[in-house]
Ligand binder design. Structure first.
Ligand SMILES: Cc1ncc(COP(=O)(O)O)c(C=O)c1O
Length: 433
């Protein structure tokens, strides 16, 4: 099992849950065998603690490393910022430069605030939304992080988040007084949305522009019209959808102009950074509340963001992500048909995923990861495309997909569980948006 699994066993005694992010739990991939820790990473290659090298064709830093690991251009800018001092009593000029860049890319927005992680950035946006509207209630669809405003949805009905997040998620520790302040609707369900906003206490809407399904035009149009008519603040969470289909938020592609948009993850290619951009009349209300934190002023985040956005533009990275994402989806589809193993493919092209339509889908998923790992791939039933996935890497993964589906078909002909070397993986992070 190697040094990584030994370390993970130790971690579980020292760190509740073993990791800081649910999506990085080894049990979600391959219990007892996933190389939980890395020593070094470059491009889309990762070396584990035993010096074994893998090609990462899974989540690429859970969606953060859109250019690839240790990108040279981003690292060069970050190293210079480290040498020049990443934190002082004075502010960093790059946060103004980045704000200018973000409002230039999103002409509907005039002002920008920063945070350093996705969940907290949506928390900031919701605070501003509530400050502006003067109303407590938030309606939302999709996943938006771990904060109280969001988990409050599970206080009144502990299944509200089932279609949006890990089923059965426990809001323990979230004040009961928040019950009824966050209400969920399903993406593209115009009727459900309209019913929720009949309540005049709703002052904020939070949703992703797109995740799995293409947006229904009428749905997006209705959301915008209702928000405008009722003075509700519309927040688009672009933490995962941003920068992959186009430069900036995916909402630019769909002609949907929010009041606030939130970016994280891919905006800085692996360095902590998040941005909250919005209309001046809404963002100014941040000043009437108290939203302030020391490390939101450090230098590496804005510097990494500027270098990342620069490279995304220069190399037209979204076009590349769409192309290789489609190639991998096509390889899954072809292998499924060739070996008669039904699957269901979903997700926007740069963030494709599939599930096995089998009697025991999790057994098949675990076997897929197990066999891929033996072939040198960090793989699961999702592929988050990065710029580091060039033709050579993608072709070799597509070849492995054919090989692994052939193996799975043989396993499925008997008892697939017997081919497993360890326990079945845990069911994943469900975002049925
Ligand atoms: C749409 C969306 N919002 C918010 C978050 C939370 O971001 P973070 O994990 O950086 O707190 C995520 C993370 O997966 C996300 O996909």
């Amino acid at each position: 099992m190697g040094k990584s699994q030994d370390l993970y066993k130790k971690a579980k005694k020292l760190i509740p849950g073993g990791t800081q992010l649910l999506s990085k739990r080894p049990e979600l991939f391959l219990p007892d065998f996933w190389p939980a820790y890395y020593d070094k990473a470059q491009g889309c290659e990762v070396w584990d603690l035993d010096g074994k090298k893998y090609l990462d064709v899974s989540y690429m830093g859970i969606g953060a490393c859109i250019l690839g690991y240790a990108d040279q251009d981003v690292n060069k800018a970050v190293k210079a910022a480290v040498d020049n001092g990443s934190m002082t009593t004075l502010n960093v000029p790059e946060e103004v430069e980045l704000a200018e860049k973000l409002v230039q890319l999103h002409p509907w927005a005039q002002m920008v605030r920063y945070a350093r992680s996705g969940g907290e950035a949506v928390g900031v946006a919701v605070r501003i939304g509530r400050a502006k509207s003067g109303k407590d209630k938030v309606v939302f669809c999709g996943y938006h992080g771990w904060h109280d405003w969001y988990l409050a949805a599970n206080l009144s009905d502990d299944r509200s988040l089932d279609g949006h997040l890990l089923p059965g998620l426990n809001p323990l520790g979230v004040p009961r007084a928040l019950a009824g302040t966050a209400l969920a609707f399903k993406y593209n369900d115009t009727e459900a949305f309209l019913k929720l906003v009949e309540d005049n206490e709703v002052g904020t809407i939070v949703m992703e522009t797109i995740r799995n399904d293409e947006p229904d035009k009428k749905f997006l149009q209705t959301v915008r019209e209702v928000a405008t008519k009722k003075g509700i603040v519309l927040i688009l969470d672009e933490i995962t959808s941003g920068w992959r289909l186009n430069i900036g938020g995916a909402h630019l592609l769909y002609g949907l102009e929010p009041d606030i948009a939130v970016f994280g993850k891919a905006i800085s290619n692996g360095y902590p950074m998040a941005a909250i951009i919005g209309r001046q009349s809404v963002m100014e209300r941040a000043q009437d509340s108290f939203i302030s934190s020391t490390y939101w002023t450090e230098r590496l985040g804005p510097v990494a963001s500027l270098a990342t956005i620069n490279k995304l533009e220069k190399e037209n990275v979204p076009a590349h992500l769409i192309k290789v994402g489609r190639q991998v989806k096509a390889a899954w589809q072809a292998a499924s048909a060739k070996y008669n193993l039904p699957i269901e493919i979903g997700g926007i092209d740069p963030l494709g995923h599939f599930s096995f339509k089998a009697a025991e889908p999790l057994v098949m998923k675990t076997l897929y990861t197990q066999r891929m790992l033996e072939l040198g791939f960090l793989a699961t039933t999702a592929f988050y495309a990065s710029f580091a996935h060039q033709a050579k890497q993608v072709d070799s993964y597509c070849q492995a997909i054919d090989e692994v589906f052939a193996f799975l078909a043989k396993a499925a002909a008997g008892d697939p569980k017997k081919c497993l070397k360890g326990p079945v993986c845990h069911s994943g992070f469900k975002r049925l948006t």
